[in-house]
Design a protein around this ligand. Structure first.
Ligand code: ZN
Length: 604
């Protein structure tokens, strides 16, 4: 129940928020600027060529004497400069008479063409994809996985113009993409470059399943060895989709959604990337065979991004400036709250039990409390600094602290509103007043939304725990739900944070200030062996490290630029904090009610 008086007050706040949005205008005027400039991308793979993707861009109705074609310097969802232009080769341009046009590279990402005002221009180039992508190979003889920003150039001044794309692929190949379909199954359209680039395409031979929810199709494309129970897997995905659309947001903001799964063998952990109305997720077939629930968390996380970050987004995250880093202090919301909800959705749908949910939250607390950088870097600054620190680098993780903050905020809102409001209401509020109007939020709007929904002042909470580095009030806030954190400390061997991925153990982040960073391990190194042993994952590294004592060394054999190098790290020791979340001795009925509402999804 929610009292009438409170409801009226809330409506008042909502109305003021709505007026404020009207004042700035819900849409950007240039969204509707269309000057007849036509762009058609033609994508090709050449049989037997596993080195390059081939792109041709056909322009019609041009009237400018010069056109500038640019590769994005980064891609939405990956907050680091990737400089995709370095992979481009054989850039050429011709006019309507097939005459070569003068081309000049005017900055590291851009090519300028002298069109002489010819209305028809054809540009072609190829993209080196031999190194693969974050989740492994992007091509072999029976598939290609096309990522927009690393493949397609945009045309300066024409990012808002509509786009058509045609895929030239072998006849027996299929296409899975979130883009709008046309009569021709190989041709798709997008209203602008942002939407086009944010829709990856899986081309090739793969399994495909479709389920509908309220009439809206959800496509599940699975590439790779499908040796697990796909029926159970699809049912699990449908449960997640149903809960997030129907219970949390009460909204399906797309006409079609596409899950693209690439399945690999081996027991490596998965990963995913969110897109506007699709996601690409890499998962271990062996782990899925053991239990399809091993794919639940990443699926719930990526799907939650449909709203949080894709539509409920900081101002700088759409429309995108692809030329440089675009910083925001709200990545703890975009990623951390998304991770929190992924776990919460799994608990509420029964895919996870309550114990597993609490164990995972305790794991996040353990990670944060074991990291001495938590007194130096706030949740806000960890997101701001990601562009220079890199993933898994120094500082704290906005995923980890953001997830914990999500839980603490949720419980505190429930406590202060007698369980009549929750973080669910904050997410719906942000969806209503930002996403639905297609405007980004300012970093300060999150606090305003929490205050509006709870009708309480959360400024002190934000100052201390979000913008500040004050130790988080676990005991007090978990206590509202009849829970308590129990901490244990021990000394463990330590060489620093290293993040690596893929069959070749490619290092994508290393803390430069740590013993292994100082010893010389670098990003892009491939770890061949550690102390003479081959390793497959972080667990293997942890085993070798945990057998060491401070003062001993760990020898890394790595491959860098084709050469083998040995790097010797001195093992140090650090304090590790382990947290468990337990129930308090004799919880009051309100505490039990709050826990039930929290983990089963009701506010009253
Ligand atoms: Zn994410």
């Amino acid at each position: 129940m929610i009292s009438k008086q409170k409801y009226n007050r809330l409506i008042g706040i909502v109305w003021v928020a709505a007026m404020a949005l009207f004042a700035v205008g819900p849409v950007r005027a240039d969204d509707f600027r269309y000057n007849g400039f036509e762009t058609t991308y033609e994508f090709s793979v050449h049989p037997g060529d596993l080195q390059y993707f081939y792109v041709t861009i056909h322009i019609a109705n041009n009237d400018a004497p010069q056109l500038v074609f640019s590769m994005p310097a980064w891609m939405p969802g990956g907050y680091m400069l990737a400089n995709f232009a370095r992979r481009v080769a054989d850039f050429q341009a011709v006019n309507s008479k097939n005459e070569r046009l003068a081309v000049q590279k005017i900055d590291p990402n851009s090519w300028e063409i002298q069109t002489k005002g010819d209305p028809v221009i054809h540009v072609s180039y190829k993209v080196n994809i031999a190194h693969g992508a974050f989740m492994g190979k992007v091509i072999d003889s029976n598939f290609a996985l096309v990522n927009g920003p690393s493949t397609y150039m945009y045309i300066r001044g024409h990012k808002n113009d509509p786009v058509t794309v045609k895929y030239n692929i072998p006849e027996n190949w299929k296409i899975a993409t979130g883009l709008a379909e046309t009569q021709n199954p190989a041709i798709f359209t997008a209203p602008n470059y942002d939407v086009f680039a944010d829709a990856p395409a899986l081309l090739g031979l793969f399994k495909q399943f479709t389920f509908r929810l309220k009439g809206v199709p959800h496509v599940v494309a699975i590439k790779g060895p499908v040796n697990f129970d796909t029926g159970a897997f699809i049912r699990m995905i449908k449960k997640i989709v149903t809960y997030e659309t129907q219970e949390i947001y009460r909204d399906i903001p797309y006409k079609k959604y596409v899950f693209i799964y690439t399945i690999y063998s081996g027991r490596r952990g998965g990963g995913g990337l969110e897109h506007l109305n699709s996601t690409t997720i890499g998962l271990s077939g062996d782990l899925l065979k053991e239990n399809v629930k091993n794919g639940a968390d990443v699926t719930a996380h990526e799907f939650f991004h449909v709203w949080n970050v894709k539509r409920i987004r900081p101002e700088v995250l759409g429309p995108f400036d692809y030329t440089k880093d675009v910083r925001t202090t709200s990545l703890w919301v975009c990623e951390g709250i998304t991770s929190y909800y992924a776990d919460l959705v799994l608990a509420r749908t029964g895919i996870w039990g309550e114990a597993k949910f609490l164990k995972n939250q305790a794991k996040m607390i353990s990670a944060l409390q074991s990291n001495p950088d938590r007194f130096k870097t706030s949740a806000e600054m960890s997101g701001w600094n990601i562009w220079q620190n890199g993933y898994g680098g120094s500082g704290i993780s906005f995923y980890t602290k953001g997830q914990i903050l999500g839980m603490l905020l949720d419980l505190k809102i429930r406590h202060l509103t007698n369980n009549t409001r929750s973080l669910d209401d904050v997410m719906r509020f942000l969806n209503q007043w930002f996403a639905k109007w297609d405007v980004g939020y300012k970093d300060s709007d999150i606090l305003r939304a929490v205050n509006a929904v709870s009708n309480q002042d959360f400024r002190p909470f934000f100052e201390r725990y979000v913008g500040g580095t004050v130790e988080l009030p676990y005991k007090k806030i978990l206590g509202y739900a009849g829970l308590k954190p129990v901490f244990e400390k021990k000394k463990v061997p330590y060489i620093g944070k290293i993040a690596f991925f893929g069959p070749q153990n490619r290092v994508f982040a290393v803390d430069r200030e740590s013993p292994i960073g100082k010893a010389g391990l670098m990003k892009e190194d491939h770890i061949l062996k550690i102390d003479g042993r081959k390793i497959k994952n972080r667990g293997d590294l942890a085993k070798l490290l945990n057998a060491k004592k401070p003062g001993q060394t760990l020898k890394f054999l790595v491959k860098r630029d084709g050469k083998k190098i040995t790097i010797t790290a001195a093992v140090k020791s650090r304090e590790k904090v382990m947290c468990k979340i337990e129930t308090t001795a004799s919880p009051a009925p309100e505490q039990l009610m709050m826990r039930k509402a929290w983990l089963h999804g009701a506010t009253d």
